[in-house]
Design a protein around this ligand. Structure first.
Ligand code: ADP
Ligand code: MG
Length: 324
């Protein structure tokens, strides 16, 4: 059981940013409207995620520490299967197997909350505790029991950059949700709840000038929807001011999509520039396979050429409207 958790952890908990991603996704799933992330020691000393979502009662807390998948893992095949199984119901046990993790949670209906402490895969304590509605998860000493993993982490700056990127992507995918990121006690990102996408884009990209709004719906074929704002990348090759494409709210890196955007923008005045900004692509779930690898940014489309064609069209129409 513990071994299985560690193996799963190796698959998906690649670096501190992966922990942040999983915890923030859970907070979003729980309907949190304000999510606060605190990080110390570039995430290896502490990652704390606080949300005001639905919370968990004591049964839920116990359950979420258990692996939903099979407990015995010995053959090569089963190992391979883990990668494809993805992270469904595995995030918390996996993170808990490579850290000292504390969960503190209270649903609205309960007077008291529950605190559970897990140390490198072993449940250490669970008891009642007072807390606000919602969930606080603290992860300390990440990879303390996996020195090899720890050794492969990059510089503090790089690990922090990846953490910030997780927050920026999620903040763009969920403009209505408030996000705060604090690094060593310093607030580096402070986004209010209830913002719209344009406000969010301006906050994150730090732009005052004009944005090119993209809005496209196609109901006769794939059912593809496109929304977003494009801008000029600026002169500096900014690592923040770049193009982000999210498919069904999931950040992806895909050459076909990138090509589609470039192609669509060919006639625009923003020539000679790398496109930057954010594009949210929505497709019926059966048109995409996001489980190529749960932690990676790969994606597969059932009808990739069609997606490309519609993307080009959507961007072209936006450019034409903009230049009118
Ligand atoms: P998954 O998200 O795939 O279900 P996780 O291991 O990430 O698996 O989480 C397990 C379960 O724990 C979730 O399904 C959810 O019920 C509960 N949970 C985790 N984080 C939170 C949270 N922040 N608020 C409420 N429930 C949570
Ligand atoms: Mg999860």
């Amino acid at each position: 059981e513990q071994l299985a958790n560690q193996i799963a952890a190796g698959e998906v908990v690649e670096r501190p940013a992966s922990v942040v991603k999983e915890l923030v996704e859970n907070s979003l799933d729980a309907g949190g409207s304000r999510i606060q992330v605190q990080v110390e020691g570039s995430g290896t000393r502490l990652i704390r995620v606080v949300d005001d979502g639905i919370g968990m009662d004591s049964d839920d807390v116990l359950l979420c520490l258990e692996r939903h998948a099979t407990s015995k893992l010995f053959s090569e095949d089963q190992l391979a299967a883990i990668a494809t199984l993805g992270f469904r119901g595995e995030a918390l046990p996996s993170i808990g197997s490579v850290s000292r993790m504390t969960i503190l949670s209270r649903p609205r209906t309960a007077d008291m909350g529950t605190r559970a402490e897990m140390r490198y895969g072993i449940l250490h304590a669970i008891h009642e505790d007072g807390c606000r509605q919602g969930t606080v998860i603290e992860v300390r000493g990440l990879f303390g029991n996996v020195p090899a993993r720890r050794k492969f982490l990059k510089s503090a700056r790089t690990e922090l950059y990846h953490i910030e990127e997780v927050l920026r992507d999620q903040a763009l995918a969920h403009p209505g949700v408030g996000f705060v990121l604090q690094v060593e006690g310093r607030t580096v990102l402070d986004l209010q709840p209830g913002e719209d996408l344009e406000t969010r884009v301006r906050q994150i990209y730090q732009v005052q000038d004009q944005l090119l709004p993209v809005s496209f719906q196609e109901n006769t074929g794939l059912g593809l929807e496109l929304e977003g704002y494009l801008l000029e990348s600026g002169t500096s090759q900014s690592r923040v001011r770049r193009l982000r494409i999210l498919v069904n709210n999931r950040p992806v890196q895909d050459r076909m999509l990138l090509h589609g955007v470039r192609e669509g923008m060919r006639e625009s005045l923003m020539t000679g520039q790398q496109p930057a900004g954010v594009l949210l692509l929505h497709l019926p779930p059966d048109q995409v396979d996001v489980n190529v690898h749960p932690a990676k940014r790969e994606i597969r489309f059932r009808r990739s050429q069609e997606v490309h064609r519609l993307l080009v069209r959507g961007i072209r129409e936006a450019v034409a409207r903009f230049q009118d």
